[in-house]
Design a protein around this ligand. Structure first.
Ligand SMILES: [Mg+2]
Length: 381
């Protein structure tokens, strides 16, 4: 079997899909994207496709080596995401060729269902209670929220108080039997994070995500020491080598993104690395259906898995949502806040190719907002 063609599709709301075709007629799908930089990743996929076309798609490990290392320069969000989407498509082809879901090829299922959480509140959280009540009504047992909008370099009393009030409001709706995770989005300084984490501890968040920016990862060990809240990070880390220091710092939850951190191949390895540090895996996935399908395959094959992010109804999804490009929405029909084990070969979803091709004709130009502090200076989003 040989790869004969690789195409990319820029589809709303902010995604990029790739389609890998073989001379056997087997087709694999992947989602190689960096949110806000989809066109750049598309160009990277085109360059990597020059190597892959003509190759045997089943040599996934060897292709991963060449695609990540064969260009001499390596790593970073664009190249790692391009490889990630292609890697997903190759696993999809492998599963369809061997007649097995990807998690079966990774060693078989280690759980019967996968807990998923829902987003509430958008980028600047407000009116949370109503949204949380709706997610509880829909059966979710956990939600995630941003704690704050743009935040001062040294968090003020007013900002700290507002964050704590929001999480307290969430806890009130959720009660003691459901969970809230809080995403700091790297908006806090380490000093600010320490202060807010202390105040949040009595509300028992499941975890706090990106308490500081990825480039300040060396400060995580101090935060781990100073807070009882499990700390999470990883959506802006792109491979094992970048996870090693944060795991050594003592993070409790590793959050590699299947579309950023080298795909199924690399996230499977990151999961094992996390296991050796006693950390749990919670794959980042505010993205589309192919990234989520890949995440669920990993979730079913990973012993040290915690919970799965998913993007149904997320604030980014305008013009299209998680189900817009699927022939059958069943794989993402969550029951009691859980996803069922996919039994179909490959990634376990059927992509609606006609819908994808039609959407690509319109494309998108999604960019994240650029935020400013009240004095006009740049603020982390
Ligand atoms: Mg996040």
């Amino acid at each position: 079997m040989k790869i004969t063609r690789i195409e990319t599709f820029l589809v709303p709301p902010r995604w990029l899909f790739c389609r890998v075709e073989t001379d056997d007629g087997v087709v694999g799908w992947g989602e190689p994207v960096v949110e806000g930089r989809a066109e750049v990743v598309r160009a990277a996929v085109d360059v990597l496709a020059e190597y892959l076309v003509g190759q045997d798609p089943l040599r996934i490990q060897d292709h991963w080596q060449v695609l990540t290392k064969g260009g001499f320069y390596r790593g970073g969000p664009v190249l790692s995401s391009a490889v990630a989407g292609l890697d997903q498509a190759l696993w999809d082809i492998a599963g369809k060729t061997y007649g097995a879901p990807v998690h079966a090829l990774l060693g078989g299922p280690v759980r019967d269902r996968v807990r998923v959480y829902a987003w509430v509140g958008g980028d600047e959280p407000a009116e949370l209670s109503e949204q949380i009540a709706a997610q509880v009504e829909a059966g979710f047992t956990a939600v995630k929220m941003n704690a704050a909008g743009a935040t001062s370099p040294v968090t003020t009393l007013a900002e700290t108080t507002a964050v704590v009030a929001r999480v307290a409001a969430a806890r009130e709706v959720l009660g003691a039997d459901r969970d809230v995770a809080v995403d700091f989005h790297g908006r806090f300084s380490a000093a600010g994070a320490r202060r807010v984490l202390t105040e949040l501890a009595p509300l028992h968040p499941l975890f706090v995500e990106e308490p500081v920016l990825p480039e300040h990862g060396r400060l995580l060990a101090g935060l781990v020491e100073s807070s009882p809240i499990p700390l999470a990070t990883g959506e802006r880390l792109y491979g094992r080598a970048e996870f090693l220091p944060v795991l050594a710092a003592g993070i409790a939850v590793a959050q590699p993104d299947l579309s950023h951190a080298g795909g199924i191949s690399e996230v499977h390895r990151i999961a094992s690395l996390a296991e050796t540090y006693g950390a749990q895996l919670a794959p980042h996935c505010p993205l589309g259906p192919i990234a989520l399908a890949a995440s669920l395959q990993i979730a079913f094959a990973t012993p040290n898995f915690l919970i799965q992010e998913q993007s149904r109804g997320i604030h980014y999804n305008k013009d299209a949502d998680l189900l817009s490009y699927l022939v059958d929405p069943e794989p993402f029909r969550f029951v009691d806040g859980h996803a069922a084990r996919p039994l179909a070969p490959g990634l376990g979803i059927s992509v609606d190719e006609a819908a994808v091709r039609a959407a690509d004709r319109g494309g998108h130009a999604w960019r994240n907002p650029v935020w400013r502090h009240p004095d006009g200076s740049f603020a982390e989003w």
